[in-house]
Ligand binder design. Structure first.
Ligand SMILES: Nc1ncnc2c1ncn2[C@@H]1O[C@H](COP(=O)(O)OP(=O)(O)O)[C@@H](O)[C@H]1O
Ligand SMILES: [Mg+2]
Length: 277
């Protein structure tokens, strides 16, 4: 971990960027928050998410049950929340240089971890429109996908599922979406997101994104979020992939941090050295 950090610092230092890069335009914030009663009613109307314990175990979602196995995800949740609060960030994209870094798995774990934070209402939206990643992990079937919602062919409430009253999931159904990148950069997408924000007033919205290297989807969409968390896979993602990913994301939004996922060897310093006490 320390070696990764040192290598990232070195790559940053070697960059020949101008002293003070042009300031990124502030993302326009949606209007005033709705009344608490209207928000509560909107959450109440969402269908309940039903998941099986066996499926959660099979798909590596320890945060579903909580406890010791969930500690690294709980720690990530808490650090994410602290940073979000400090900076006034609400929309967080989970991105990675290439596929299979664990974005969807992490999004699902963070969702269950966040569900125990009873004072918060959060959304986890599958914005990898080309796949049914989150849907498959949670063992769901969805008649509509997020692309249908963003194109106004379906209402968010028709396809969203709510867990424990405070976490809403937006799924994809694996149906072929013709123009994902065009959908993601359309002004209509920004409008639909603002409407969802206005209706449900989520404290945090997590966006499970496609890989950066696979398409221009992220470049099209990241202007709609406050920050991005970059996930990389231990022993798989190269330093230059991390460097390019960080630079690309930094051009579009704030970089919340880099998570080294899939570590086979842990020292205990990152949420694994924990017992009941
Ligand atoms: N922390 C982890 N440790 C081990 N395997 C993981 C971890 N996170 C994800 N995986 C596995 O990696 C594979 C890809 O995960 P996924 O979440 O679908 O990645 P992505 O959404 O980035 O493409 C899945 O088989 C998943 O179970
Ligand atoms: Mg995925």
């Amino acid at each position: 971990m320390e070696r990764l950090q040192a290598a990232i610092e070195k790559a940053r230092a070697q960059r020949t960027e101008p002293e003070s890069p042009a300031p990124r335009p502030e993302r326009p914030r949606p209007g005033p928050r709705p009344s608490a009663a209207a928000t509560a009613e909107a959450w109440d109307k969402l269908s309940e998410l039903q998941v099986s314990r066996i499926q959660m175990h099979r798909m590596r979602i320890p945060a579903y049950e909580g406890g010791i196995e969930s500690a690294p995800y709980d720690m990530l949740r808490t650090r994410m929340l602290l940073q979000a609060r400090k900076n006034g960030w609400r929309r967080i994209a989970l991105v990675s240089p290439h596929s299979r870094c664990g974005k969807s798995t992490t999004a699902a774990n963070l969702a269950f971890s966040l569900s125990r934070q009873r004072d918060l209402h959060c959304m986890v939206l599958d914005f990898d429109l080309r796949r049914a990643g989150l849907t498959t992990i949670l063992g769901q079937h969805s008649a509509f996908g997020m692309a249908d919602v963003l194109e106004r062919n379906a209402e968010f409430a028709e396809q969203a599922r709510c867990y424990s009253g405070n976490i809403a999931f937006g799924f994809n159904n694996g149906a072929k979406v013709r123009n994902p990148s065009e959908i993601l950069q359309s002004p209509r997408t920004a409008e639909v997101l603002d409407e969802i924000t206005a209706t449900y007033a989520p404290d945090i919205m997590l966006f499970d994104m496609p890989p950066l290297m696979a398409s221009d989807d992220n470049f099209a969409f990241l202007q709609n979020v406050d920050c991005a968390l970059i996930l990389v896979a231990a022993e798989k993602t190269t330093m230059s992939q991390i460097d390019v990913a960080e630079r690309n994301v930094a051009e579009l939004t704030n970089v919340m941090g880099i998570v080294l996922n899939k570590c086979r060897y842990m020292t205990g310093a990152h949420g694994t050295e924990y017992d009941y006490y």
